[in-house]
Design a protein around this ligand. Structure first.
Ligand SMILES: NC(=O)c1ccc[n+]([C@@H]2O[C@H](COP(=O)([O-])OP(=O)(O)OC[C@H]3O[C@@H](n4cnc5c(N)ncnc54)[C@H](OP(=O)(O)O)[C@@H]3O)[C@@H](O)[C@H]2O)c1
Length: 267
């Protein structure tokens, strides 16, 4: 893809994120996963949740391998300059996140081998293909010259924010996992501790922080900001729905905890 085509496709991709946010906030009842998935009417393709996560998220790892192979072959971006170490650091952050999300997270899931909508699996897989293409090719090729120097404030600050988001997300997912006794336990309980004191979905909050930090570190790479925007557009409406679900499932016991959905004291 040539640079003008990349810019146009990325502009359309970025513009779709707020549209997705509005559609999801309006509560469109699309097929779903986790607590919101019931396979009625039956979908012909509804993989086990752990397999679904692998299918959905592995394009990010495949994309990273392909881009790094391309770099090894060319070792220069579209401007004919060598790819800098800062770009590789950003790719490493991306890979670390997706090694966890695509491989480790599904292996450790406890949900009684629950199934996930085939529609959601396919659409998320397509999303990850597009997103990994835009982000990785932006960092390594089209916008490689825009990645700031390692000593710059945005790069260091973004890296620190990414670390906070990554570790916080892992911790919040860990708290949920420990609510279940064994692999076939599919019951839902109230999570406590950490940021669960303040919000129902700290895993989503930290995921948003993580990709915002990534965008900050990439600074003028538009695809990284588009990814942070998409993550927010996707997770804020889901956090709202999960919060409503806790309120109706656990009733006054949950209301007394005085939590917000995703952003402490605000949302
Ligand atoms: N970047 C993005 O756009 C994006 C999009 C989606 C997800 N993610 C990330 O992927 C991870 C998982 O997302 P998710 O939407 O599946 O999160 P989730 O709905 O909170 O579920 C996470 C896991 O914890 C279990 N669980 C949730 N609440 C529970 C409770 N109250 N008691 C016992 N177990 C509970 C779920 O079981 P069940 O499967 O049985 O519900 C599931 O196995 C998160 O870290 C999220 O940030 C990122």
């Amino acid at each position: 893809m040539w640079l003008p085509e990349y810019r146009l496709a990325l502009a359309v991709w970025t513009a779709l994120a707020p549209v997705a946010f509005v559609v999801l906030m309006l509560g469109v009842q699309a097929p779903n996963y986790g607590r919101f998935f019931s396979n009625q009417p039956r979908e012909w393709f509804a993989p086990r949740s752990d397999v679904a996560w692998l299918i959905m998220e592995s394009p990010n790892l495949v994309g990273a391998v392909m881009c790094l192979y391309w770099c090894a072959a060319r070792a220069e971006n579209t401007h004919g300059r060598p790819v800098r170490a800062e770009s590789y650091v950003l790719v490493a952050l991306f890979v670390v996140h997706y090694v966890n999300r695509a491989l480790i997270y599904p292996l450790r899931m406890k949900n009684g081998q629950k199934r996930t909508s085939g529609f959601v699996t396919c659409i998320s897989c397509v999303f990850c293909c597009c997103n990994s293409f835009f982000v990785l090719s932006g960092i390594l090729k089209y916008d490689a010259a825009r990645v700031p120097a390692a000593s710059s404030v945005p790069f260091c600050g973004g890296l620190a924010l990414w670390c906070i988001g990554f570790l916080g997300n892992i911790h919040a997912d860990h708290v949920l996992r420990t609510l279940r006794q064994h692999a076939n336990d599919a019951a839902y309980r109230i999570p406590y501790g950490g940021m669960y004191r303040f919000v129902s979905c700290p895993n989503y909050l930290f995921e948003i922080i993580e990709w915002s930090g990534f965008a900050l570190a990439a600074w003028r790479v538009q695809a990284a900001w588009a990814f942070a925007l998409w993550t927010t557009a996707n997770l804020l409406p889901r956090a709202h729905r999960v919060h409503q679900w806790y309120m109706s499932e656990f009733d006054s016991a949950y209301a007394a905890l005085n939590r917000r959905a995703c952003v402490p004291f605000i949302f």
